[in-house]
Design a protein around this ligand. Sequence first.
Ligand SMILES: [Zn+2]
Length: 72
Amino acid sequence: MKQFLIEVGKAQPITPDCDRTDCVVQQGMSMTTALGWIPTFDKYGNPLNKDPNTTTTHMSCLVCGKTWLSKR
Ligand SMILES: [Zn+2]
């Protein structure tokens, strides 16, 4: 079983190493790192710090059977 780390949300296919264009991707379990993070804003609601936590999601393609991890 091959695993990949990719970033979701970019303007590119989310299926790594997959030749097909008709992939059906199913999202599995997600895990988030439990780093302590207190959102901080200025008076206008602009965020002053970024969430350092990473959410890792198991993805699998129902068409070609590949599985990988996505990160955001
Ligand atoms: Zn596929």
